[in-house]
Design a protein around this ligand. Structure first.
Ligand SMILES: [Zn+2]
Length: 409
């Protein structure tokens, strides 16, 4: 007999085995994963993913940027599918869950629907987006950004890694430059499951994060030019004031804002010479567009004041501005309803990091599901999540997708 869809649960052990099976592609000695986008380990996991999707009855297509789309037919093929998935590339010393969980949970959803003999009204489509991490090729999330039209395909294909290899060459070398033009596969909506990459869910003992927004980002490249002795216009002392100003501006708008000066390089450093020139970077984030404007205004004003008082030259060039994401209200409700119906503790949450779903949300309804990760750690071999939480996230993903795609009667 057919199981009623409302009681359906994914196979926790199968999901867990799948995560650990793929973690061997690029496994590091400390228990993490090194699977740089479009490298040999990425090919291995892609081949595995394609085979597993085909074994689950899905039709797999690859677009010209290597993103993989695995379609499960619905009763009504006149509608575009509900999309679900994430990415399978990792940071150079990454973990087993970032991106992987969302992609493999999507596969587990399909396997569960297959086992239960459930046909959905609308088709559903699993996606593995190319280069979410951005550690080999910039920018991060390049495939979903091209998908929504922020970059042309040719622009992305010509990007180079540190060795000078282009995206096009890397795709060809692993056989993943697909036939389909970017953007061909349409979606009616998209849902991405991901580990939180922050400490909030764990600290509050909540299982599910219903992600309703994503932080906007401001990136600057800064430069300070002072003069050495005898004027003692010290670039490092100037930077110290700018760092403290950034801290107090972010704190003033906290907890809705963060700001970090994460890199600073002294030109020609020497123990007994006053630093004359320093390059530095700034990263500011907020989910509130008004606060982002305030951060920009106040940081520039502080830098100008410090520069004038110390009689040094400070330049601050904005190199990236990404507006905040506000996920689709109906989809966010669908995620929340699924978490509620399944009896999982949950809370609304803002994503601190960027995700493919944030890009997609600019042209289609999108939403995200978060599960806790240990100590909020990610992009690290120590990244960890529990089987119970991953299972809960996959169940919420499945019931959100069922609510969106509809169960064929
Ligand atoms: Zn990720």
């Amino acid at each position: 007999m057919k199981q009623p869809a409302s009681n359906l649960q994914i196979d926790s052990a199968r999901l867990w085995d799948t995560i650990h099976e793929t973690a061997k592609f690029g496994a590091t000695p400390k228990g993490g994963v090194r699977r740089l986008t479009l490298g040999p380990e990425d090919k291995q996991v892609r081949d595995w993913f394609r085979k597993s999707c085909e074994a689950a009855g899905l039709e797999v297509h690859v677009d010209t940027l290597g993103s993989m789309f695995a379609l499960r037919r619905g009763r009504d093929m006149s509608k575009p599918p509900v999309g679900l998935g994430s990415h399978l590339d990792t940071q150079p010393t990454g973990g087993k869950y970032d991106g992987v969980l969302g992609t493999l949970a999507a596969l587990e959803v399909v396997r569960t629907l297959n086992d239960a003999g459930i046909e959905t009204e609308m088709p559903i489509c699993i996606v593995n987006w190319t280069n979410e991490e951005g550690s080999r090729f910039a920018p991060a999330m390049m495939a979903s950004a091209a998908y929504v039209g922020d970059f042309t395909t040719d622009d992305i294909l010509s990007r180079r890694d540190a060795e000078g290899v282009t995206v096009a060459e890397a795709l060809d070398s692993i056989g993943y430059r697909g036939e389909r033009p970017v953007g061909t596969q349409k979606f009616s909506s998209f849902v991405e499951l991901h580990i939180e990459q922050g400490p909030i869910l764990e600290a509050e003992g909540k299982t599910i994060g219903v992600v309703d927004s994503g932080q906007g980002v401001l990136w600057y490249d800064g430069k300070i030019t002072g003069t050495p002795m005898p004027l003692r216009r010290d670039a490092l002392a100037t930077l110290s004031e700018i760092v403290l100003a950034m801290e107090s501006i972010a704190r003033k708008h906290g907890p809705k804002a963060v700001g970090t000066i994460g890199e600073a390089v002294i030109a020609k450093p020497s123990r007994n010479v006053i630093p004359g020139e320093i390059a530095f970077t700034v990263d500011c984030r907020s989910a509130d567009a008004g606060i982002m404007d305030a951060l920009d205004r106040e940081l520039r004003a502080a830098a100008a004041e410090i520069a004038a008082r110390r009689k040094v030259d400070v330049t601050l060039d904005m190199v990236w501005r990404k507006p905040p994401t506000h996920f689709d209200a109906k989809l966010v409700d669908a995620v929340e309803n699924a978490a509620q119906a399944l009896g999982y503790s949950h809370r609304r949450i803002t994503s601190g990091a960027g995700h493919d779903a944030c890009n997609l949300n600019t042209i289609m309804p999108a939403a995200m599901v978060f599960v806790p990760c240990k100590d909020g750690v990610s992009h690290n071999e120590l990244e960890d999540a529990t089987q119970a939480d991953c299972t809960a996230g996959a169940n919420v993903l499945m019931h959100t997708v069922l609510a969106l795609a509809g169960v064929a009667s």
